[in-house]
Design a protein around this ligand. Structure first.
Ligand code: GRF
Length: 207
């Protein structure tokens, strides 16, 4: 049985490790998405080079060309997405605040990965803040994108322990490893309504 592949765009600003995990998932014949376009707001985003080497269309629409006019930048992005036949958008380390123009235009068809267990620690520096708060469990969230930053409905989460001697980098690396597992799973769930049914579980208890 051939699976229907929804054409997606991945929006990045930097190294693009989550983008890579999505590209790898999309390369599987039974994964319900294909990468139609990788877009960045920065020409020098390292992820663009990786995507091009993978044979994908990967382009930049630099936000600096639009000055302070965020919506004009988003209109250019929206036009490129449509022109590439994109039907669903994954933000993966895309470091721009979005205006209601783009969140409304892609409502229900745009998701993001965030490096914390939302609603804890929206915004930046999530790992530092988790260590400061003394939480013993931390993680990442894939959620729908809405006008409020990091506020959209949650699709999936992955949790990791916070170890007593963790540095920010160690904790970030532990979370990132799970981001790479979670993001393709959450995308599959949202495109097919077939996430992994969680009927058996082990609690993550950290003291
Ligand atoms: C990830 O931690 C992601 O959760 C956050 O930004 C980071 C991007 O990393 N939104 P990468 O570019 O995917 O490696």
């Amino acid at each position: 049985m051939t699976v229907h592949k929804t054409p997606i765009a991945i929006l990045i600003s930097g190294r693009g490790s989550n983008m890579r995990s999505l590209i790898e998932a999309c390369a599987q014949p039974d994964f319900p998405a294909s990468v139609a376009l990788v877009l960045s707001n920065k020409e020098d985003a390292a992820g663009l080079e990786y995507a091009r080497e993978a044979g994908l269309r990967a382009e930049a629409i630099p936000h600096r060309l639009f000055g302070k006019d965020r919506e004009a930048h988003e209109r250019a992005i929206d036009a490129r997405l449509k022109e590439a036949g994109v039907e669903f958008v994954c933000l993966a380390g895309y470091m721009r605040l979005l205006t209601p123009f783009l969140t409304d235009a892609w409502k229900g068809r745009m998701i993001n990965i965030h490096p914390s267990l939302l609603p804890l620690f929206p915004g930046t520096h999530t790992h530092e803040r988790a260590l400061e708060a003394g939480v013993r469990i931390h993680g990442c969230t894939v959620h729908h994108v809405t006008a409020g930053m990091d506020e959209g409905p949650i699709i999936g989460q992955a949790a990791v322990p916070v170890l007593s001697d963790d540095t920010v980098d160690e904790l970030a690396a532990r979370v990132l490893e799970q981001e790479h597992v979670l993001y393709p799973m959450a995308l599959k769930k949202i495109l097919t309504d077939e996430g992994l049914p969680i009927r058996a579980y082990k609690a993550l208890i950290v003291t």
